[in-house]
Design a protein around this ligand. Structure first.
Ligand code: 6R9
Length: 656
């Protein structure tokens, strides 16, 4: 990736910039000065950020990196994470402020104040203690997006137990491997969940997963859909029977800053999922700081909404820990964005006067496909900041988001980070940064990142390479659960000599030194010796008016090494003739050639109805490569909707 690829020019010619408005800048939480302050004394800067929290015992050392790559932040400090997210706001006189405006998929709603949340968390903490759960025990949580999910996480944090949240849509096998790896003592789940307007079972899957799982002593079941559930006497207990009768007082214990907070599993390129371990003080400091500056959040004024699922790291850091530490009032929505209609999100924004909205590019592109007239029929004037996370956002989608959702008024923050980084690392700052569509731009104040070549040297401006983090940060992972060797190997061996953390993402600098993310390094194709990133070809395809979404993979090619194969979803309104005919395929190939260069012209373009995605919206290119190379399709257990692959392969067969 050291040579400049032809594709590099494509994104770098994206020259639109959006400076912040003066009104926004005048009141912004962050200023340009933050960068200088952090650069002059990084540890002092982080010490200042840690003061956002309540510490029962103050730390004696900001960072201990003597046992790298195992970091210790705020050494000697003690705090209770749940107290910081809930109780202290009540003690400071904000007990009546709504913490959560919860919206159920079928239309039921619940407003929960900080005082109520404190009582619920105390009861749940007492309930867990009554089951014999104590500090350092592990609790697996598989729940839909209901308030009990947040309450359960905070209850664990309160008593020093680690939670391991597993997506509601994951298979019994996926749940079982996570329960076994963490040796979970208790599992919290629900009878069922609402998905696309239907009640679907959950407890039945959990039972299947837990057959003979001998570490699990109790299964706590929240009643959500009311359907009948299989029951194991002695092991299973209803949440309402267990929790409702508990005392709503619980004295929080202060734990060490490095006390483990949670494990969250993320899939690796090979082998079993990795249990990413996060701890307390540093994690909460960076989650709170980033939520404050990146979203310009003002407690008591803003209504914040992050659309992520709680089973994704974004739900951990930007629904639970960051916003609650900052006394946010937030919307939590249970369901899918098109139930019962495609304007559901805009209706919620209008009803609750949401001011900050944080979502994923995959959803933005879906909204584009559904058409701009849908958001146009709602009042979105309350919005003032828009965020994006999960994948590179194509400039076209960025500009659409700013115009059709943000009314050309709201700054858009493209936030790069990972499960492993725990919190946002690279992002524009609203009110400070002159935003560029498609670029995450600069590491946040206090964070250091570089784009380096194969040999670890930093690439020059306009150069491409690997993204590395060259200095430790407070919310960094503290390891992989039970596997220190895999931790060193996966993240610290690639640039061991320099001591850099290898993020696994390709990236490049533009002429101003801003960072552009190019997708995972394994998503870089090699066509006749030219390195072309899948992101760039996808961006070119999405910039064509008929294309709503595109996924690109490199398939083995006898002459060029790899050939570019594209899967595209057309926008609503593209005629049937366009969709079926060869016309559109030719037009798209020419369009890519014009945007990037003839070398990037896809060898094959397939029009498909859906793309295979994980629940966090990442396209599973591995499965598309299987299709493109006519192989049997691999493991689909982490797909949000496993029937998608059948649709795609059927379409392929009928064409060949
Ligand atoms: C938070 C989250 C991490 C991977 C990461 C990168 C991709 C996330 C991005 C982005 C470009 C952004 N990614 N945000 N790529 N621009 N703004 O997504 O965590 O699920 O662990 O995924 O997601 O490839 O390495 P996680």
């Amino acid at each position: 990736m050291t040579e400049q690829s032809p594709a590099l020019d494509n994104l770098l010619t994206e020259s639109r910039t959006f400076p912040p408005s003066e009104e926004f800048a005048a009141k912004a939480n962050a200023t340009e000065q933050f960068y200088a302050d952090a650069d002059s004394d990084r540890e002092a800067f982080w010490a200042k950020q840690a003061e956002r929290l309540h510490w029962d015992t103050k730390w004696t050392q900001v960072l201990d990196w003597s046992n790298a790559p195992f970091a210790k932040w705020f050494v000697g400090g003690k705090l209770n994470v749940a107290y910081n997210c809930v109780d202290r706001h009540v003690e400071n006189g904000h007990g009546d402020q709504v913490a959560i405006h919860w919206v159920g998929e079928p239309g039921d709603t619940r407003d929960i104040t900080y005082a109520e949340l404190r009582r619920e968390v105390c009861k749940a903490a007492n309930a867990l203690l009554s089951l014999g759960v104590g500090a350092n025990d592990r609790v697996a949580i598989q729940l839909p997006m209901i308030p009990e999910a947040i309450v359960s996480m905070l209850a664990c944090a309160r008593i020093g137990a680690l939670h391991s949240v597993v997506f509601g849509g994951f298979s019994p096998a996926a749940l079982r491997s996570r329960v076994d790896d963490a040796e979970a003592k208790v599992v919290i789940t629900s009878d069922g969940q609402y998905r696309r307007g239907k009640a679907v079972p959950m407890k039945a899957n959990v039972d299947e997963a837990l057959a003979d799982a001998d570490t699990v002593q109790k299964v706590v079941v929240v009643r959500r859909t009311g359907e009948d559930v299989p029951w194991t006497e002695g092991r299973d207990v209803w949440w309402h029977d267990l929790v409702d009768s508990q005392s709503d007082e619980h004295a929080p214990e202060a734990f060490d800053s490095e006390h483990p907070l949670f494990i969250l599993y993320t899939s690796g390129t090979t082998g079993k999922p990795k249990g990413i371990l996060h701890t307390s003080g540093g994690y909460l400091t960076q989650a709170a700081y980033t939520h404050h500056v990146v979203f310009d959040h003002k407690p008591g004024e803003d209504v914040y909404w992050c659309t992520a699922d709680i089973g994704w790291v974004t739900g951990h850091s930007y629904i639970v820990y960051g916003p609650l530490a900052n006394r946010a009032t937030q919307v939590v929505y249970e369901g899918t964005p098109n139930t019962p209609h495609e304007g559901r999100h805009w209706e919620i924004i209008q009803n609750y006067k949401v001011t900050i909205y944080y979502t994923a590019p995959t959803l933005i592109r879906t909204f584009m496909k559904w058409g701009a007239d849908i958001p146009a029929s709602y009042d979105l004037s309350s919005l003032r900041v828009l965020g994006s996370v999960g994948e590179p956002i194509n400039p076209e989608a960025w500009v659409w988001y700013r115009e059709h959702i943000g009314g050309n008024r709201c700054p858009v923050v493209d936030t790069w980070w990972q499960t492993e980084t725990g919190a946002i690392m690279i992002s524009p700052l609203p009110g400070v940064t002159h935003a560029k569509p498609g670029s995450a731009q600069r590491p946040l104040p206090g964070i250091s990142a570089k784009v380096v070549a194969d040999d670890g040297t930093e690439v020059p401006k306009n150069g491409g390479g690997y993204l590395v983090l060259d200095k430790p940060w407070p919310s960094m992972l503290r390891g992989i659960w039970g596997d220190d060797e895999r931790y060193r190997e996966t993240y610290w061996s690639r640039f061991a000599e320099q001591g850099y953390y290898f993020a696994g993402d390709g990236a490049k600098y533009d002429a101003d030194g801003d960072i552009w993310l190019l997708g995972r390094v394994d998503d870089v194709m090699n066509v006749s010796g030219h390195r072309i990133s899948t992101t760039e070809v996808e961006s070119a395809l999405v910039s064509h008016p008929t294309v709503a979404e595109a996924a690109v993979v490199g398939a083995t090619d006898p002459t060029t090494g790899q050939g570019i194969v594209a899967f595209v979803i057309l926008r609503e309104g593209a005629t049937k003739d366009e969709a079926d005919g060869t016309e559109i395929v030719k037009a798209l190939r020419d369009h890519v050639a014009k945007e990037i260069g003839p070398i990037a012209k896809p060898r094959q373009i397939m029009v498909v109805p859906e793309l295979p995605k994980t629940r966090s919206g990442k396209i599973m290119r591995r499965l598309l490569r299987d299709v493109a190379e006519n192989r049997e399709i691999g493991d689909v257990t982490t797909l949000a909707d496993s029937s998608v692959m059948d649709l795609i392969s059927k379409g392929m067969k009928s064409r060949s």
